[in-house]
Design a binder for this molecule. Structure first.
Ligand SMILES: Nc1ncnc2c1ncn2[C@@H]1O[C@H](COP(=O)(O)OP(=O)(O)OP(=O)(O)O)[C@@H](O)[C@H]1O
Ligand SMILES: O=P(O)(O)OC[C@@]1(O)O[C@H](CO)[C@@H](O)[C@@H]1O
Length: 307
């Protein structure tokens, strides 16, 4: 079974405004509400690709109920821990001349809630896949992902981590199967702006030397680079299309990569499916459907191998 964990789920309120004016009343011409949070998005795209997973994490209040309901409406299984107080966040995604986002802090998670999560984590067994994705509320310590992987030590699971800064760095020693920083997040880890592909590959390999098995670096409209565990490196441009909503493109890429890998344990197929799923979501109002992904997959033929 595949388990996704989202510590801080959200309702994503996606609004479109013509020429947004700061400090004034702006009227939307389009509004949409979707269940969000990185692990949840991975579960939805996996489901769209015909793969069931269990979405775990913490929800609270009426917004939490709505997240769970909408996720279940997509046909996804969930096993959330319900917090006794607070509200799951509503993240505002403002589309105008530029895309801006306001992501909430999220409710307080207490020690007893973490214990409940660990009980669920203990049920994960050999052959399962665990996806840890997204930020954690700032009331939690930055070693929480690390603690989860420590708990699973000795079990033969594939761990995927999509997180930033220390949350990511701290898990490398547990040899995660896949990490997926974007090029900016990767640069942030090394305290500088990465200048070119060689620079990106060098940093990705450095994360491998610290423990990551496969490093997938997404670069939005520029495509992605994969440094796989054998050291082989691939780059692919992104397919061209009209970007409608890039929220969740990275999560879709993680779902696509997993789906592609689990089909035949082939990294090139995983990489191509990851790019197709990421771009298909960027070109859709919602997260990518199977048909969208398959249509783009046919366009991603050239995988440039680089040293
Ligand atoms: N403008 C775009 N045009 C084509 N493909 C895109 C575009 N933006 C994203 N993608 C696809 O989605 C993948 C992931 O995108 P990106 O690098 O923006 O991830 P991310 O920063 O993790 O995104 P997010 O946090 O919004 O989920 C890219 O590698 C690419 O395949
Ligand atoms: O605040 P975090 O956890 O870093 O990111 C949350 C979020 O922006 O990530 C998803 C897109 O990747 C959205 O569905 C959600 O609103």
């Amino acid at each position: 079974m595949i388990y996704t964990v989202t510590f801080n789920p959200s309702l994503d309120y996606i609004v479109k405004v013509d020429s947004f004016r700061l400090g004034e009343v702006n009227r939307t011409y389009s509004e949409k509400m979707l269940p969000g949070g990185k692990g949840i998005n991975v579960s939805i795209v996996l489901k769209n690709l015909g793969i069931q997973s269990v979405a775990m994490g913490f929800i609270a209040g009426f917004t939490g109920d709505e997240i769970q309901k909408r996720l279940n409406d997509f046909g996804c299984e969930s096993d959330f821990i319900r917090l006794q107080s607070g509200l799951s966040r509503i993240n505002v995604k403002l589309k105008s001349n530029e895309e801006s986002e306001i992501n909430g802090r999220g409710p307080r998670i207490r020690e007893m809630d973490i214990k409940k999560l660990f009980d669920r984590i203990d049920r994960i067994s050999d052959g399962d896949v665990l996806v840890l994705a997204g930020s954690i509320p700032n009331t939690l310590p930055e070693d929480i992902y690390e603690k989860i992987l420590d708990r699973l030590k000795g079990k033969n699971i594939l761990a995927v981590v999509d997180a930033t800064r220390n949350l990511l760095v701290n898990v490398l020693k547990y040899h995660p199967f896949l990490i997926k920083p974007n090029n900016h997040e990767l640069g942030e880890l090394f305290g500088r702006k990465l200048q070119n592909d060689e620079d990106i590959i060098r940093c990705a390999k450095e994360l491998q030397s610290r423990g990551a098995r496969n490093v997938l670096v997404s670069m939005a409209g520029e495509g992605a680079i994969l440094v796989e565990e054998t050291g082989k490196t691939y780059k692919s441009p992104a397919p061209k299309g009209v970007v409608r909503n890039s929220v969740g493109a990275g999560d879709s890429m993680v779902a696509g990569f997993l789906a592609g890998y689990l089909a035949n344990r082939d990294y090139q197929e995983a990489f191509r499916t990851g790019i197709a799923a990421g771009s298909a979501s960027a070109f859709s109002e919602d997260l990518a459907s199977k048909e969208d992904i398959q249509a783009l997959l046919r366009q991603i033929e050239t995988i440039q191998r680089r040293s």
